[in-house]
Structures are given as C-alpha cells and as structure tokens.
Design a protein around this ligand. Structure first.
Ligand code: SF4
Length: 473
C-alpha cells in the first residue's frame, strides 16, 4: 500500500490548542487526498476517519494540545479502509504520516523481518516507522534519520510527532514532493505543510521550503534545521505543477498558477487555428485555458462546471481510488449548453492518463450540441508508470502507451489518441513546452512518466500489472 497525500505538523510556543488549526490545514490540503484523514495530538492516540476533513471535530473525547500532526490520504495502491488511514502510531514512541512512495519496499521488509512479523500488505509508511523504531533503540533521532536516508529510495515527505512533544518534518534527498515551513502568529506556532496554500488558508507566514535532504524539528526551542542526507540532483515532480498541487501554492519558488497559465500560452502558439471559445476541463486546467485564450485571442468561457451543490460534485476524479468512483465524479460535470451549443470548442485539460474521463467529457459536450472539439493537453503523453507517488502504476492502463507504444512522432500520437477520445483534433504538449512552462531547468525535473528515464530511482524498475500489485499490497 503506497500513498500520495498531504501532511502538516504544528508546534505552538504559547501553548495554544493546535487541533482546529490542523483541521483547517488538512481542509486546505483536501485536493491531495479525499479518502481519509487523521490527526495525532500530544497525549492522545491518533484519531482517524474515512472521507473528507470535517469543519469541526465531533468526538466525545476532547482532543486538544499544543503540538500535533495531520494527514489526508490518497492511495496509489491499497484499500480505502480506516486501518490504512494515517498518522500511524508506532509503539508508544511516536506517530508518523507520509506523502510519497518508497520504491525499495522489499529491501525495507527484509531489514525488518528479523525483528517484526511483517505482513505483505503493510504500508510503506508503517515500514518506515518500524525501521525508525528499530534504529531508535540504539541511536538518537538525527542519527536514525541519517541511517534511514541511506536505506530509502523513492519519494517521501514525512511528519512525525514523538513522545517528547517534538515534531519532525523530513523531505527526501531528491525533493519529488513539496514541503514548506511557516509561522502562525495568532497561535505562536511553527508549522510544516505539504503546500504553501495551507499558510494562505490559515493566515500564516511562509518562511521557506524544506530543502531536499533536510529535517526540520519543531519544539519548545522553536524551529531547527539539520541535514540528514547529502545534496543530490533535484527531481521536482512535473505533475505537481500541472495537476496535483493547489494553484495558489508556490513550490520551491515557482507559482503553480503561473506555470499552468504559461503552459496555456505555449499551447496556443503550438496549436493555433479554429475555435469560437476556449473552455477548461474543471478545475485544474482553468489557468491554462486563460493563458491559451490570452495568446490565441479566442474568448475564454466556462463550458463545463463541477456541480458543487451535489454530493461529491466538487471532488477531484483522478485521485479517487477506483475507476468506477472516478467515472461517477466526472459524470457529475455539467456542460453549459448555452455556451457550447453550435460552437467550435477548444477544450483544455491537464493530462490524459487512462482516457476514460476525457471520453466521458467529450460525449457530454457533443450531447450539449458542441459542433467541433479540439482538445489541448498541458502534460505530454504519459506512457510510463509512476513509482514516485502518483496513481498510474501500470503501463498497460496508460492510453498513450496502449495505442502508440514507443511512437515518437507527436503528430501521429495526437492523431491516434484524438480519434480514440472522439475529438476532431488533439494537441499534446511536448517535453520542451512543459519544461519552458514550469521554468525550472530540465535537469531538475522528474519526467520519468513521459521519458521512461528512471535515473531518479537508480534505474528502470520492474513494471507490474494491476493484478500483480494487488497480490503484493
Ligand atoms: S513519474 Fe511523473 S508523476 Fe511520477 S514523480 Fe515523476 S513526473 Fe511526477
């Protein structure tokens, strides 16, 4: 079971109760996980629930404290059960929550086998916790982090609350996933959070991003920083910028909204031509559609709306755990007939993974009377599985690979995938357009799902089928 989620950690120097702040922060990270949520507050066992983060905590227990951590979960593999929710308590020493995926899961299992009865479906977060527990018998926290930093391969941002009332925030040496530090003046709290949108939501100040290979400690002494792993090449996940992260967030100095709008502008230059209106597939493609409209001169319109008034209508489809629930959410998108009827439409989407959502949306638009549909996509064709935390773990389910294999001519890929989805014309972004839009050097990005180059994890892993993954986790 492997995760791609959101994490937070708080320490109030004035002794303010951080529980409501943690809940608000998790709400602000809901786009990173909507399957379950959990908090661990000093002196209390972790409290975890399935579903969305509530506004207020409705429990008979009074869960208050000046220090705590929280987690929202989106599983890449593994069932949506309460058992799999985080934070996870490890002995009576600490609670741990993670955002990421460990690649060398088997190595960790083998190291632990001598001391623990490890079940095959154990989560990588639990294994990291057990390994730390093992190391802490003979070492202090920083030494334990240094050792585990040598052993773990993959993407991991961790938050830990220990029985000394200290919070740790850790970012893996390659920095696939974001993590930042903030200060909340009203409660005199230092905090760490997966994304800076949390700081905006709760009125906290941004201090800085946690560096890859850095561990941050929040305690009565304020915030301290240590290095647990050598600096290596940075591998920012390109997908965070185009889809996953909140548009109001800045990751390592780069504004997510700005990236998306830039890419829209780039796509407008690449694929110019017909269109009465340009519409986004809600919600992540909206800035890109604005950028496309700005450069092409084609009017921006809303042609598809998420029905926020219906149960689950506002949820994100891609991060749902099953194909059925993903499709259910996409079907709740409503076309605005008045805007699309009889029109030639340029539809902007962030990516095509399995293609099922795109097909549903194209049908909805056609039913609403759209005359012609051209689709432009901000992320290049995804043909290789992600083992660093995003849920496209098997190659067979990736539409661009299924239809085009290793074909390198982008025009041919556009033609074949476009026909399958049912649009009149398709225009994928290419790697150069993606890199230019993000604005970071190409050699600081992870592009494995586009290029098949897995040097970020030391080489190509063995690709597995969904069935094989189910057996394993
Ligand atoms: S493989 Fe793709 S989705 Fe996975 S970390 Fe790299 S860029 Fe992100």
């Amino acid at each position: 079971m492997r995760e791609k989620c959101g994490i937070v950690g708080f320490y109030s120097l004035s002794g303010a109760n951080v529980t409501p702040l943690i809940l608000s922060s998790l709400e602000a990270l809901q786009h990173r996980g909507q399957e379950s949520w959990g908090i661990a507050i000093e002196g209390h066992k972790p409290y975890r629930k399935l579903g969305l983060v509530p506004d207020v905590l409705t429990t008979k227990r009074r869960i208050v404290g000046k220090v705590g951590i929280g987690h929202v979960r989106y599983s890449t593999i593994g069932r949506t059960t309460l058992e799999n929710a985080q934070p996870i308590q490890i002995g009576n020493k600490f609670s741990i929550a993670q955002n990421g995926t460990i690649v060398n899961f088997d190595t960790l299992q083998n190291i632990l086998k001598t001391n623990f009865a490890i079940k095959s479906y154990e989560s990588d977060t639990k294994l990291i916790g057990l390994r730390l527990y093992q190391l802490l018998k003979e070492s202090e926290w920083l030494e334990a982090f240094t050792q585990i930093g040598k052993e773990l391969l993959g993407s991991y941002c961790l938050t830990i609350l220990n029985n000394r009332c200290e919070v740790y925030g850790i970012r893996d040496p390659r920095g696939f996933r974001p993590l930042c530090i903030g200060w909340h003046e009203p409660s005199s709290s230092y905090l760490i959070a997966s994304e800076s949108c949390v700081l905006i939501a709760i009125g906290a100040e941004f201090i800085r991003d946690v560096e890859p290979g850095e561990v941050v400690k929040l305690s009565k002494d304020g915030f301290q920083s240590f290095r647990f792993a050598e600096r290596v090449r940075h591998y920012h996940c390109a997908f965070e910028y185009t889809y996953f992260a909140h548009p109001s967030s800045c990751i390592d100095g780069v504004c997510v909204y700005k990236v998306r709008k830039n890419i829209g502008r780039i796509l407008a230059k690449k694929y110019s031509g017909w269109g009465d209106i340009v519409i986004p597939v809600p919600d992540s493609a909206r800035p890109a559609a604005l950028g496309y409209s700005e450069v092409s001169g084609i009017t921006f319109e809303e042609g598809l709306m998420k029905d926020r008034y219906r149960k689950r209508g506002m949820m994100r489809s891609f991060i749902e755990p099953t194909q059925t629930s993903r499709e259910e959410i996409v079907k709740k998108i409503i076309p605005i007939t008045h805007n699309v009827e009889g029109k030639d439409i340029v539809m902007v989407d962030d990516s095509i993974v399995r293609g099922t959502s795109s097909k549903i949306i194209v049908k909805l638009l056609k039913r609403a009377g759209a005359r012609r549909i051209r689709m432009v996509v901000t992320f290049p064709p995804i043909r290789y599985p992600c083992y660093m935390g995003i849920d496209f773990p098997t190659q067979d389910e990736l539409l661009a690979y299924k239809l085009c294999g290793e074909e390198s001519d982008i025009n041919k890929i556009n033609e074949i995938v476009g026909a399958e989805i049912g649009v009149d014309q398709l225009g994928y972004n290419d790697i150069e357009g993606l890199v230019e839009g993000i604005g970071l050097p190409k050699d600081e990005l992870c592009l494995a799902c586009v290029t098949g180059d897995y040097s970020c994890i030391g080489g190509k892993p063995k690709f597995r089928s969904r069935e094989e993954l189910k057996d394993k986790w």
